[in-house]
Design a protein around this ligand. Sequence first.
Ligand SMILES: [Zn+2]
Length: 163
Amino acid sequence: MRNSVLAVLVLSVAVGFGAQPPAKATTWDQIGSYLRLIQSAGIEAMVANDCPLGLFGAYHAGREVLLMCGNNIPDDPAVVWEVLAHESAHAMQVCKGGNLMPEELLAEEMEATIGRGADTFHELALYRSGRHHVEAEARVVQALPPQDVEALFIEHCGDRLEP
Ligand SMILES: [Zn+2]
């Protein structure tokens, strides 16, 4: 009896050790429900399997298509979520017809994002200066938890949602 309790304990410790920290984990369910929200605003979500190396996703404003690069994104919901949230931020910018936040607030949000250990802003040097603000906003959004991203989407694209 005592041995089997010990075995269960060892098993649960082993399982717990292998799992990702639950606080930060994004689930496929959350991804699915956010995708449905985006689609109900008239935005088409597509998966491409022939993207150029290094491209994770894109948003085509004219066609209102959000593209996810299946051949470059690892099969990890945390990464899929980041790509989806990032590209959806570009959709929000189109809904709003401009930047999501003014320069000063963006600077604060970037600081906060770096403070949470998600610094992807060094890559911004790759973008021409005109895209810098737009890309920085998308990087702030991709580091937010799903419920915050959903709330932002509803704030900016809510008037396009089907009742
Ligand atoms: Zn972007």
